[in-house]
Design a protein around this ligand. Structure first.
Ligand code: FES
Length: 567
């Protein structure tokens, strides 16, 4: 047992009289019906991210109730506390601008309130990374419970899911192949239940990785939202949190999220054909743990690990199918020779011990492939470097058009996301399928790094059947999206990266096999352009000012520079 104060006496309010602080706390909690017996138990905080704005978290109240029941069953005292909730679609301009805010809030609420362990209930894209960042910094025993994926929808006999199919069908609508009535009907079927996007987007990728890294009990990553399996996992997590609370020195997040655990996470990411956003989130969480995780680690994992999981957008199926095929445990078993078995889990075992009890993927299913018969080759993601991205850029090569992976074309430059919105469908836009669409000032400092990197194909081309073009930006892209899209160009334009110097007509060379992204402009001309460059204005107040002044670049995780390290 730790000797520092536990339970209700943790993190006392500062009155200058410790006994008085304890007495005051017990007095006020008595008003809520807690007696001395209640207050002698280990306290498990439950971070509650319910919000009417967050449809992915629609089932959080049920999940929180199940966690609470588990805590009570194990003799703990559950204390639910709200935090902000980030929904991808209902936040403007982008949830990425607020991930670090939720991380700070989660960290400070864990630290400021009495709790011996915490269960983090999240799910939608930014919530889980933010909660892991906050938990790492607070370093109080923690485990994650996600809402789980939505169930697949259906339209005219075809299974549909957010948001790979959202994008595919909207593209068809833009190209005139689906009319207004059809797209309105589709709108009603794409998101069929509570839960997170049911393809291998950021939410599902991060959930599987969190389980692989040992911060979630086994089987929790892809049990569908609202299912009995989801609620049983939540209750088990509540029970387990009480065990963690009783032995805090053994299960601190930084003891679990080691470098080896992060490398296991990258291995899982590649086998999933998962979201490019994870390449921003994992380094951010790692920095909080004092672990260096670089784009070289990403490339190394991409070179080693083939695609094993047949889920959209890299495959054909949905997250609930992965659950029925055995979920993350089946995938981890398939990946066993590539994983470090010595990493630890909140379950109390090493990953190796857990793997010894997992069944290999059954031969009756085709969602999780064995290493001997992968779904796709290695190299699902490629880290690009070159004169246009000296600190790196990312392309999801598995979702790119092969013929465009080696491409030279003239740049057509958009100054911002707003500029794209204004001009992309202009019938007079001078663009050919050979052009390279460049969008800048959409990186962390420039715009909070929205998921705008999948620049729409200009209508003048999509109506002629052009489905893909080379697109380059300092933005991110939804993990559910696809195309020959180069993302996270670093350093970004707003801090003077080379992307800021590109002009219409400059030749750009993309060569994915050589991992190069280059601008064919000579050094003297680049120096002249740089001398004329004026930095864009930054926000003048509030969170957005703090963010713009302190956010790190994409390859460093886009955390705030002062949030790494110990408090
Ligand atoms: Fe929440 Fe996709 S919008 S996970």
């Amino acid at each position: 047992m730790s000797e520092s104060p536990q339970g209700v006496l943790r993190n006392l309010t500062a009155y200058g009289d410790v006994a008085f602080s304890g007495y005051m706390r017990r007095t006020f909690l008595a008003s809520a019906g807690y007696d001395r017996d209640d207050l002698s138990r280990p306290i498990v905080g439950i971070a509650d991210t319910r919000s009417d704005y967050n449809t992915c978290h629609r089932d959080v109240p049920q999940i929180v109730d199940a966690v609470r029941r588990g805590v009570l069953e194990a003799g703990g005292l559950p204390m639910v506390f709200p935090t902000c909730s980030l929904h991808e679609i209902n936040f403007s301009p982008t949830t990425m601008l607020f991930r670090n805010l939720l991380a700070m809030e989660t960290e400070e609420l864990i630290r400021a309130q009495p709790m011996d362990a915490v269960v983090l209930v999240g799910g939608c894209d930014k919530t889980l990374p933010a909660q892991l960042m906050g938990a790492a910094s607070a370093n109080v025993p923690a485990l994650c419970v996600v809402t789980g994926p939505m169930r697949a929808g259906s339209f005219r006999g075809e299974r549909l899911g957010a948001c790979t199919d959202c994008r595919r069908l909207w593209h068809q609508h833009r190209a005139g192949r689906l009319d207004e009535t059809e797209i309105e009907q589709i709108e009603q079927h794409l998101c069929s239940s509570g839960g997170t996007c049911m393809v291998m987007g950021t939410a599902t990728s991060m959930a599987c990785i969190t389980e692989a890294m040992g911060m979630m009990l086994s089987g929790g990553a892809v049990a569908p939202s609202g299912s009995g399996a989801r609620l049983r996992h939540a209750a088990a997590s509540g029970r387990r949190a009480v065990d963690l609370a009783r032995q805090p020195e053994r299960f601190r997040p930084k003891q679990i999220m080691t470098r080896a655990a992060f490398l296991n996470g990258l291995t899982v990411l590649m086998a999933l054909g998962g979201s490019t956003n994870v390449i921003v989130h994992l380094p951010a969480i790692a920095r909080r743990c004092g672990v260096a995780l670089t784009l070289d680690d990403v490339q190394d994992a991409a070179d080693r690990v083939p695609l094993l999981v047949d889920c959209k957008p890299a495959g054909a199926h949905y997250a609930e199918d992965l659950h029925h095929a055995g979920g993350a445990p089946a995938l981890l078993k398939a990946l066993e020779p590539m994983l470090d078995r010595a990493t630890r889990s909140v379950a109390g075992d090493t990953l190796g011990d857990l793997l010894d009890h997992f069944d290999p993927p059954g031969s009756w299913q085709r969602i999780v492939h064995p290493l001997s018969d992968p779904l796709g080759p290695t190299g699902a993601l490629t880290v690009l470097r070159g004169s246009l991205a000296p600190d790196g850029a990312i392309i999801k090569s598995a979702a790119a058009t092969e013929a465009l992976c080696r491409h030279a074309g003239p740049a057509l430059v958009f100054e911002s996301v707003e500029d794209v919105t204004r001009r992309i469908d202009d019938p007079g836009l001078a663009v050919t399928a050979n052009h390279v669409l460049v969008m800048r000032h959409a990186g962390p400092v420039g715009a909070g790094m929205p998921e705008a990197g999948g620049i729409p194909i200009p209508k003048v081309l999509s109506r002629r059947g052009v489905n893909d073009m080379v697109r380059i930006s300092d933005a991110r892209m939804s993990g559910t999206a696809y195309g020959t899209v180069v993302l996270h160009c670093s350093p970004e334009a707003a801090v003077g990266g080379p992307l800021a110097l590109v002009r219409d007509g400059d030749m750009i060379d993309l060569d994915v096999s050589r991992r190069r992204l280059d601008l064919r402009v000579d050094k003297a001309e680049m120096a002249q352009r740089r001398a004329a460059l004026r930095p864009p204005e930054k926000p003048n107040r509030g969170w957005r000012r703090l963010f713009a002044e302190h956010v790190l670049q994409a390859h460093e995780g886009a955390d705030l520079d002062f949030l790494a390290g110990e408090s």
